[in-house]
Each structure stands twice: as C-alpha cells, then as structure tokens.
Design a protein around this ligand. Structure first.
Ligand code: SF4
Ligand code: SF4
Length: 365
C-alpha cells in the first residue's frame, strides 16, 4: 500500500508553508548548537553517552531507522526499495555507529568502514590516518582510490548514494517527505555543476596541501604533528580549518539538513558532496543508466516531481531518450512512481546516449 504520495502538496510541512519554515529553523538551530556550542554535553553525559557527538550519532541513527519505517510505508511494495532501505539502516546503525562505538570502548580510535575520502577527509590526512592499524590504513586508501571507481563503473553511484552512505541514508528515510521539493530548473542544474566540482577541487587542494606539509618533514622533526608554524604549516592548517568549517559543518550539516523542508533532502548530495562529484564522473563512463520505453510516456510528471536530484526525467521520457546523468543517485523512485512502467534502472554496457535528433541533455553532465 503506497500511502501519501498525492497528499505531498496539501500539507504545510511539505509545501514550504509555515510549518516547513518552522521545522527548517529548528533544524538550523539544532545543528548550530550541536556543532558550535557545548549545550548538549550535559544531556549526553546524563544519558551515559560520553560526548555530544555520540548523542548526535544516536539521534542520527534513530532518524534513519524511524524514517526508514516511514519510507517503507510509502514505497515498501517494491523489493528494490525494501532491500536498499534495509541496507541503509544496516550501514548506519552497524558500520557507521555501533562498530566505531565498540572500537572506542576498547580504546581504539573509531573507524567508519562505510565512509571514504573525500567525504571523510581525515582518512587522507597523515596525522589522522596513521593513528590506525596498518590494515585500516590500507583499507582507507584502497577503498577510496580503487574500490569506489570500480564499483561506480559497474553499478553507478547508487551502490553508495542510495545503499550505503549515511548522508544519503538520512535523505532517503527521514528526508522522504521532502523529496519532491528539489529544484528542477536548468538554473539549478547549472549551479549544481559549478558548486559540486568546486567543492571537489577545494577538497583535493586541501588534501594535497596537508600531505605536502606533512611530507616536507614538519612531522619528522618532533615525531608528532608539528606545532611549529612555518608558512606552509600555517597555510595548511588554515585551509584545513576553513574546509572543516565551510564544507563539513556548514554545507553538509547546517545547510544540508536544515534546508530539507524547503529545498528537498539532497541539497548536500546534489550541490556540495565531493565524493558524489567523483562518483558522478565515473557514473558517466560506467554501465548504469535509466532506460525509457518508446512512446509509453503520458507526461503525467510523477517521475520529475519525485526526483530528489532535480532531474527532469519526464523530458527524457517524452523524447524516448534513455539517459545517464552524473547527479542521479539511482534511488529508483522515478521508475517506482511511473504509472506506465516507462522507466528502468539498468547496468549494461551497450548503451547509445544520443538517439538521432534529440536534445543534447543526456550527453551533458
Ligand atoms: S532520475 Fe530517478 S533514480 Fe535518478 S535520482 Fe532521480 S528519481 Fe532517483
Ligand atoms: S512518470 Fe512515467 S508516464 Fe509520467 S511523465 Fe514520467 S515517464 Fe512519463
């Protein structure tokens, strides 16, 4: 039983009404207080969670579990959506939350197996990654440099964005009521292409700066991460701090989640996530695509309406044009809500992106 799809625009909280603005303001306030103050520390201590970050992890995991149940109520009549929802709940509750907590109980620094560079910048910062055992260091480098490209060429970015990632997990579950609020305009698409690759370039510059600074020996002088402020060391730490504040705190947390009720649940994934940018590039050269059955579309617009990445799926369907888009996270909702079964998510090599006489959209990023 699919519940609630048609009511999405009648509800103040789901149609940018007063309730939506209120929820957005509450989310902004929560993230600012959580990230930049210690007001949640007493509550974390009272609950026996140690630090506010553990409290945040607990709330985040609960949001994904509760949101996952809500999502299944709406879309659980599909095996695909059942499996990927269970997968998201598993990766968040076990791999991203429980395992790092258990590691810390045994006095080992927590390691999240389901997050890779550059989403987790720490895993390429020598001063952080070299605190882990050799096997985890090897895992961090191989997964980011080899595992991510291979998996994405074979399966598209959905294996990560819609099945494993914690940010995607929150968007797909707790963010489900807001997925239709994504901006479908070409202006938003143009902004997305500039913003996401800008953050990726910033992530690469930051990582290279930190690596060069470390390899030039400031580390070797004292045997610890240097506190001597040579010019490079100073620039490196400033850039690292700026990236942490702007990208990791403001864009992924405060704006990324705070804007759910106003701009949809994938603001961070669509406009700013540097790992999504890398996944999107490999997706364009890989097997994954959405195929369209010829002359079946009745232009109802359900697919475009519920695409959380703002892709105008209907335009491709109307043009009988199968497509690959770097932004597509392979959530499969467009195919799920199509009343005519026009769309299909596929992994196949034999793909012609540009049938004669159609728009150039599908060959663009
Ligand atoms: S195009 Fe379809 S599968 Fe891709 S993000 Fe949009 S709704 Fe999900
Ligand atoms: S949901 Fe299906 S029928 Fe409706 S516009 Fe999209 S492809 Fe066409």
């Amino acid at each position: 039983m699919q519940a609630g799809l048609l009511r999405s625009f009648q509800n103040s909280s789901q149609s940018r009404g007063m309730t939506a603005w209120f929820i957005s303001a509450m989310l902004f306030a929560f993230y600012i207080l959580m990230y930049f103050t210690s007001v949640f520390d007493p509550l974390a201590t009272a609950l026996g969670l140690g630090s506010r970050w553990n409290l945040y992890g607990t709330l985040y995991t609960l949001a994904i579990i509760v949101g996952g149940i809500y999502f299944l109520k709406r879309h659980g009549n599909s095996r695909y959506h059942q499996l990927r929802t269970y997968s998201l709940i598993f990766f968040q509750s076990v791999m991203a939350f429980s395992i790092p907590m258990v590691m810390e109980i045994f006095d080992t620094k927590g390691f999240v197996f389901s997050i890779f560079w550059p989403l987790k910048m720490d895993y390429f910062y020598p001063q952080n990654i070299f605190e882990y055992p050799v096997l985890l260091i090897v895992y961090a480098f191989l997964s980011a440099l080899i595992g991510v490209p291979i998996m994405t060429i074979l399966f598209g970015k959905r294996w990560y964005c819609s099945w494993m990632c914690g940010c995607g997990g929150l968007a797909e579950t707790a963010g489900e009521p807001f997925r239709h609020l994504s901006n479908k305009s070409r202006k938003a698409w143009r902004f997305e292409k500039v913003s996401i690759y800008s953050v990726l370039v910033l992530a690469i510059i930051t990582t290279v700066l930190v690596l060069v600074n470390w390899s030039l020996g400031t580390h070797a002088v004292s045997g610890e991460w240097s506190t001597e402020h040579s010019t490079l060391n100073l620039v490196s730490s400033k850039v690292q701090g700026a990236y942490q504040f702007i990208v990791a705190a403001m864009l992924s947390g405060v704006l990324g989640v705070g804007l759910y009720p106003l701009m949809g649940s994938r603001v961070w994934c669509r406009f700013f996530c540097p790992l999504a940018a890398i996944l999107g590039i490999f997706q364009k050269f890989g097997r994954f695509r959405i195929t369209v059955k010829d002359d079946m579309c009745i232009s109802c617009g359900n697919c475009s309406t519920y695409c959380e990445m703002g892709i105008d799926v209907r335009a491709y369907a109307q043009a009988n044009q199968s497509f690959k888009r770097a932004a597509c996270v392979g959530c499969g909702i467009c195919a799920h809500v199509c009343p005519r079964g026009v769309l299909r998510l596929e992994n196949k090599w034999d793909f012609k992106t540009e049938p004669a006489g159609l728009t150039p959209q599908s060959i663009d990023f």
